[in-house]
Design a protein around this ligand. Structure first.
Ligand code: MG
Length: 377
């Protein structure tokens, strides 16, 4: 079955297919005279095309499925998105099914984020990217109604936004050298590891630059002694931290490694939502917060606050996303130690304008209300 027939047969994304979403027309934060007092949700699939094949320790891909979401209220439109890397178990079908199951008519105001999340979690336990798409659109809507960006609503100083890193994936030596050249504007390089040629990759980078690197092993180091050797080796080569060094199930081995590692260990695959922050405490030194894992900004803010209270480090990450999701995440960035917000730079068909990287730092769109993203089409 092709995608159109699939969508028609399953009744998914009817609004998108019968009357395509007019993303640009409804972007004015000015209220129209007609006030329905209702939250109107619409959505459409949008495949994100990658500039380079994305090679991780366990798989490779050239595109990421996504779903673009709008919530309209009294003529004001909030934008959100879901991004579904295949290893997380969500798909265009599952996200559209979840969004079709939502009934927002019970909420007669967008100022209902806590209740909205209780309702979404009660409806289904997982579907995190689907929930994030609604959460991001709702934050955008609320911020536009208030006329303020979220970093201001949270009382954060945009001057404290951190450096962001640029990802150098596992690849052939000449491709790695080219990617290091592309990464010239960035103050930190992120290196994906977990294969046999890990050291070779770092040595190629070190031939070209002495900028700090951060390492994501993507659960690729099975043996704790080998992982410890790598942490020492990387520490001698200007590495700042190691993300998810060992398989997420190896909790005791990771705690063993943490006691001995000269580098902080950051949880990524180990951690999804708020209760996981406590589970990570004592096993990892910090957490990687990604909106597609946390069900959006509402819980991401709570996780960042809890991590701070537990004296843990925070990395703000992302999936492959457009500037919609990345701009939403950027609103939180003054709260974190490091950012890894390059998901929008890795795609060839970004359909939003938003957060920029200036001198290697996250530059939050300061004068735009909501999440700070404006649709381009
Ligand atoms: Mg990671």
């Amino acid at each position: 079955m092709d995608r159109r027939n699939f969508l028609i047969n399953t009744g998914l994304a009817i609004g998108a297919l019968v009357s395509p979403i007019s993303i640009s027309a409804a972007d004015s934060p000015t209220r129209k005279t007609t006030r329905s007092g209702k939250l109107n949700l619409s959505f459409k699939p949008y495949e994100l095309q990658l500039r380079h094949a994305f090679n991780l320790a366990k798989y490779s891909r050239t595109a990421t499925p996504g779903v673009q979401v709008q919530i309209e209220y009294d003529g004001i439109v909030g934008y959100g998105e879901a991004s579904m890397p295949p290893y997380l178990g969500e798909s265009v079908e599952s996200v559209c099914n979840y969004l079709n199951s939502l009934d927002l008519s019970q909420f007669n105001t967008p100022f209902c984020l806590e209740e909205l999340h209780e309702y979404m979690d009660a409806l289904a336990p997982n579907d995190r990217a689907a929930k994030a798409s609604v959460d991001i659109a709702m934050h955008d809507l609320v911020g536009k109604i208030m006329g303020q960006p979220w970093y201001k609503i949270w009382g954060l100083n945009p001057d404290k936004a951190p450096d962001t890193c640029f990802t150098i994936g596992i690849d052939k030596a000449d491709v790695v050298r080219k990617k290091v050249d592309e990464a010239a504007p960035y103050n930190m390089l992120k290196v994906k590891m977990g294969l046999d040629n890990d050291k070779e990759l770092v040595e190629i980078i070190r031939e070209k630059t002495d900028r700090p690197i951060v390492v994501d092993a993507n659960q690729g180091w099975d043996d704790r002694e080998k992982a410890l050797d790598m942490c020492h080796w990387l520490n001698e080569r200007g590495c700042l931290f190691v993300e998810q060094p060992m398989p997420k199930e190896k909790i005791d081995d990771t705690a063993w490694l943490r006691e001995r590692s000269p580098l902080p260990l950051i949880a990524d695959e180990f951690l999804q939502r708020l209760p996981d922050v406590r589970r990570a405490h004592g096993v990892y030194d910090g957490i990687n917060i990604k909106l597609m894992k946390t069900t959006g900004l509402h819980e991401a803010y709570k996780m960042a606050t809890l991590a701070r209270a537990l004296d843990m480090k925070i990395l703000l990450g992302c999936m492959t996303e457009t500037s919609c999701g990345i701009s939403a995440a950027s609103q939180l960035s003054p709260l974190v130690d490091w950012a890894d917000l390059d998901g929008n730079l890795l795609i060839a068909n970004d359909c939003f304008d938003g957060v920029k990287i200036v001198n290697g730092k996250v530059e939050i769109p300061r004068d735009r209300p909501g999440i700070g993203a404006i649709p381009l089409v």
